[in-house]
Design a protein around this ligand. Sequence first.
Ligand code: NAP
Length: 358
Amino acid sequence: MFTEDLEELVTSQQPVLVTGATGYLGGHTVSRLLDEGVTTRVTIRHEGQRENVLAALRQAGTDPAGKLEFAVASLDDDRGWSDAMQGAAKVLHLASPFPFTPPETEDELIRPARDGALRVLAAARAAGVPRVVMTSSFAAVGYTVKEDNHYSEADWTDPQTEGLPAYHKSKILAERAAWDFVREEGGIELAVINPTGIFGPVLGNRPSASAGLVKAMLTGQMPVVPVMWFGVVDVRDVADLHLRAMLHPKAAGERFLGVSGPAMSFFKMAGILREHYPAAADMLPRKELTIDEVRKVAETEPSLREAATLKGRVPIISNEKARSVLEWQPRDVVRTIVDTADSLIRLGLELPAPGGKA
Ligand code: NAP
């Protein structure tokens, strides 16, 4: 069914509008849409970002073949959204601030995430676009500790959870606002994707937060890691999940968790890298901090707050719904981690010579 619906979309030549196309997930999603032959319109914040999108596509080996359109619109501003939506068949709303370092105020993230989602939904509805697929996050699902550690689409992170980082709050509040909008206003369908940690090949020169983690491990910047278990999913599979949710009749009104399999820890990830890149063995993390050590360091180090909030527990995150409803088949997590590292090496990351130091 997915293939037939995709063919119909290609034949219609109606554009799919993608926000966040300059980002990590955006690059892969636009590349996949164009590779499938789908006319794709992307929003950029300013004209200067055209080249970023094109460079990522070149790197992915994707030829836009006259099927790529640009529109200028920012999550912080009403201007541009109405034009961007005209004639769009569907909207994939990926854009949301995802900074490496915590912001000075929570509002720096919450405002563009929440108000931006509402801008996108309102403009899509006004233009008669039937469905928006929005990228939320596992951050909006599973950061309130549950006794049984099992997480599904039925769960929501409580925004009052102690120590919850601003990014997580921004994702919860944006997703909630989107569902409220659709319930109260009607006239448009919403499907939401909640990916866990996204890894996989880097496109372009802007490293993703997750690729930054792999890079930090391979270059000896993380000699110790906090105990922290989290879900992992491949960026190419998250793009695929968006396309499936965009087309499947049963996706309307639903959330879908994106996770490839059992949870991973920083230390386990270091083990996978050690096995596949023996030359980097001396660089890779050697020690895992206990949860008591993590809590203590987190008192003065905001970047460890997330690990402290999760209390060293191993979440059991289900991908059953995406598999059964959307026939989604994510790839193996080891492949994803290795492909992340390989892409960094292709982009110039140098590993020590075998047997030698960096
Ligand atoms: P990314 O590389 O940082 O991309 C973020 C995108 O959002 C960029 O295109 C950025 O545009 C855009 N954006 C941010 N603020 C904006 C604003 N005010 N107006 C317009 N555009 C704005 O992050 P990503 O990993 O691709 O994330 C994509 C989506 O996946 C986000 O919704 C994120 O929350 C979600 N997600 C990511 C992960 C992960 O592990 N990476 C996991 C779960 C969910 P500029 O280039 O102009 O800044």
